[in-house]
Structure formats: C-alpha cells, structure tokens
Design a protein around this ligand. Structure first.
Ligand SMILES: [Zn+2]
Length: 253
C-alpha cells in the first residue's frame, strides 16, 4: 500500500498540529537512474514497521539559508545518489520518509521503501528528519518542533504494529538527532493525553476531568479569606451542592 497523495491527520489531533502544512515531494525528488529504493530493496510490509526514528539532516541552517525547501531536498537526494559510501553505484535517493523544514512536513518516500536511515535497522523503521544541525549549531524552532510532532502522529496512524519512538542515536552511535529526545517524549505523552480526552467516545471523561479542575478552583477560592472572589465561589458551590442534594446524590451531615 502506497501512501496516498493527500494525507490527513488523525481526527482528534490538536489543532495547532493538524494545521501544519504537508507537501508531497515524492513526484519531484531525483532518484538514482539505476534503481529506486523499492526496486533495490523490495516493498516493506506495514505490519513490520514498529518504530518511528527521529533524525536531523546535520546541515546547519547557516549553510542552507540560500535554498528553498524543495531545492534543498533535491540537493540532499542528489548527494545521496552521488555518494558511494553505502553502494558502489550510490544510494537510491532521499534517505528519509519525511523531512521537515520551515515548519512544513515534506513526504519524501513511500512508507514501504527501505531507505538507509539507521545502519542495520531499516527493515522496521520509519525515518522522520528535521533540517538543521542540532548537535552543534542549531536549536529546534517552535514551528519545526510542532511539525515534527504532527509528523509523528501523521505516520503513527499508518503503522498497525507501532511500538516505539526512538532518536537515531538510541539505535546506533551518532550525534543525530541532536535535540533532546526526553523532552520530545514528554511533549508527545502530554499531547496524547489531551488527544485521548478529545476522543468522541471519551467526551464524558473529558467533561469530568474539566469539572474536577473547575471544582478545585472554586474550592480554593471559597476557603480562602483573602480571595476577592471568596463569597462568589461559596455561592456557586452552594448551588452545586443544592443540585446534588435535590438529586439525592448527597446528604448533608
Ligand atoms: Zn539520523
């Protein structure tokens, strides 16, 4: 199964992530005249893809400032086609499945393509890369971080056997991706919590969760003599208590 041209985010994705632009560069990126990733390595089964790997491309932003996204992606693909490091006739093409730059997600390979993202670990991995050198020169911008997280959720939904997110250097010795994977995991966990509360079947849970927060806020004001809203908070809580009494949910002592 090849990724469709128009990819859509999971329906419960937070709006600041689902607004990230997706550009499909697959039709325009150069491939090796001798072979493509698919003709070279066959087609991977989606059921075998358990791991999303985060990368950087190790090109400092200062060194790439003169290129627009598409031009830089083309240059990266061409340099991999030209390199003889992995094969005597060069790589098949762009080395990652998705590539992020200037807050935009670029689709750069089919998911089934076995590319060279992490040595000896390419049968089960999906490679998502952010442009920049985060081990030495650059800091992940908010918009690139956003796009990185959006890409994670965009791809994860295609992987029925998804198991884990890894940074490149957690699989083999390298400086890649350079940005803090502990922060990435923490951010993604809190996004996932928020998404679970946004799920339609969990609307009830979300309302209960929201009310818990509201109740604590009212309680803190109601018992604090220094709070200017103490009286109003007490009145509101007494209203809520009265509803509970009327319904038979609460019997005052
Ligand atoms: Zn890497």
């Amino acid at each position: 199964m090849t990724l469709p041209t128009t990819l859509t985010y999971p329906s419960n994705l937070l709006s600041n992530l689902s607004s990230v632009q997706i550009v499909d560069l697959r039709p325009v990126l150069p491939t090796n005249p001798k072979y493509t990733w698919e003709s070279l390595n066959g087609f991977r089964n989606l059921n075998d893809l358990t791991t999303i790997v985060f990368h950087h491309d190790a090109l400092s932003k200062a060194s790439t400032r003169g290129y627009d996204n598409r031009t830089l992606a083309t240059r990266i693909a061409q340099s991999h086609i030209n390199t003889k490091k992995n094969r005597s006739e060069g790589d098949a093409g762009f080395p990652y499945h998705a590539w992020i730059r200037n807050g935009v997600i670029h689709i750069t390979n089919n998911l089934e393509a076995l590319t060279y993202g992490v040595a000896s670990n390419n049968g089960y991995t999906v490679h998502i890369c952010v442009s920049g050198d985060y081990a030495n020169h650059d800091t992940l911008t908010d918009q690139d971080r956003n796009a990185l997280y959006a890409a994670y959720f965009l791809y994860k939904q295609w992987l029925p056997k998804f198991r884990q997110l890894m940074g490149h250097k957690e699989l083999s010795p390298t400086a890649c991706p350079g940005y803090d994977m502990a922060k990435v995991r923490k951010d993604i966990a809190s996004i996932e919590l928020e998404m679970s509360l946004n799920n339609t079947p969990n609307t009830a849970l979300a309302r209960i969760f929201g009310f818990h927060t509201r109740y604590q806020d009212l309680y803190n004001k109601a018992v604090n003599a220094k709070d200017p809203n103490q009286a109003a908070a007490q009145a509101k809580l007494l209203d809520i208590i009265q509803v509970a009494i009327d319904k038979g949910y609460y019997v005052p002592q």
